[in-house]
Write a protein that binds this ligand. Structure first.
Ligand code: ATP
Length: 354
């Protein structure tokens, strides 16, 4: 039976190095929750602590009401899927999936029924007599998933499960995993460094850096309202421009506009603009004058690097529409911002002001 998962003030040290620093996360029953962050931020370490492969120095991890700190890995009812599949090469597909049920002493009839059922779920029923060496990477990962869910785990833990697959299959497998997870309503913790994967699959995301949680939110909030410059920079593209704030007026490069602040602030700040939050005009419409430095054609839009006021470069996307001419390096443009959607941070980058 799937359980909520509580990580409370959890710490992990390797010698003097703190890999996880007092992290607290409450994951709801049935939630698809992703730990996202750059290499070395501690996401695998935290997942392994939940699984029982890493000890917990301080803090508590609970599956529902049960504190699992001192329960050994094999007794925690967690299903685990790894990047390298980790299925047994000498066992058939059927026996790989049956493994956990046999270890739990299920009867032959029950094992057959449950294995058939999950193989159906991952669309691998016809392959049950094959050896793993006769399967593609995507098929092996479906078997690894089947093996993890067949035991009806309290939580499903996945560590970069799609990293070894080619780009097309990776996108296809996102929806395979997500649909099965939703169908079974299974509490899932998913580790990835791929922001697009995290945004596409998750109910909520914890963005991590240097062993700490930077923000926990739904994908849309993480993208549209990052809570500091680390998140704003790690997820998607942001151009950062120093500015000054007085009241609700933001001034930069000789231009001033109003912005709605959630917090009073006076003085230096940082404006963060996504490429789709800025627009270009070739006539002077009151925008900030700039010059195109570089244009990249990307199919349905063109990405421009624009030098602003001779000192800053920002990225602006322009979507294709009839009559649109691609601008050239050196062209003079006037840049305007969507005041409602841009973000504003304190000058140390640690706090959002909007
Ligand atoms: P990646 O995406 O590269 O796997 P990650 O975010 O999963 O990175 P972890 O593997 O959790 O990062 O590692 C977090 C930090 O802890 C890293 O700086 C790593 O070097 C360190 N670390 C991990 N395992 C050990 C260990 N057994 N001994 C010492 N340091 C370790």
């Amino acid at each position: 039976m799937s359980q909520p998962l509580f990580i409370e003030e959890v710490t992990k040290r390797y010698g003097d190095f703190t890999a996880i620093d007092r992290v607290s996360i409450a994951i709801k029953k049935g939630e698809f929750f992703t730990l996202l962050g750059p290499s070395g931020c501690g996401k695998t370490t935290l997942l392994r602590m939940i699984a029982g492969f890493n000890s917990i120095e301080a803090g508590t991890i609970r599956f529902g009401e049960t504190v699992i700190n001192s329960i050994p890995a094999y007794k925690r009812n967690a299903g685990m899927v790894f990047q390298n599949y980790a299925i047994f090469p000498h066992l058939s597909v059927f026996d790989n999936v049956a493994y956990g049920l046999k270890a739990r002493g299920y009867t032959k009839e029950n094992i057959e029924k449950d294995v058939e059922e999950v193989l159906g779920l991952v669309k691998m029923s016809e392959y049950k007599d094959r050896q793993p060496s006769q399967l593609s990477g995507g098929q092996q990962q479906r078997i690894a998933l089947a093996r993890a869910i067949v035991i009806k785990p309290d939580v499903l833990l996945m560590d970069e499960p799609l990293s070894n697959l080619d780009a097309k299959l990776r996108i296809e497998m996102r929806s395979v995993i997500k649909k099965i997870q939703q169908n079974l309503n299974i509490t899932t913790v998913y580790v990835t460094h791929d922001q697009e994967e995290a945004l596409a699959m998750s109910d909520r995301i914890a963005v991590m850096n240097l062993g700490t949680v930077q923000q926990i939110d739904k994908p849309l909030e993480i993208y549209t309202r990052p809570q500091n410059t680390f998140v704003s920079n790690f997820i998607g593209i942001s151009s950062f421009i120093p500015c000054t704030v007085v009241g609700n007026a933001v001034s930069l490069l000789g231009h001033t506009f109003a912005i709605k602040l959630k917090k009073q602030h006076t003085g230096e700040a940082i404006l963060a603009v996504r490429p789709e939050e800025a627009s270009l005009s070739i006539t002077d419409n009151g925008g900030i004058p700039g010059r195109i430095q570089f244009a990249t054609f990307l199919g349905d839009f063109i990405n421009y690097e624009v030098e602003l006021g001779g000192e800053r470069v920002i990225q602006v996307n322009e979507y294709l529409k009839e009559g649109l001419a691609i601008k050239q390096a050196g062209d003079v443009v006037y840049v305007s911002f969507d005041h409602k959607s841009v973000n504003l941070f304190t000058s140390d980058g640690k706090e959002s002001l909007v």
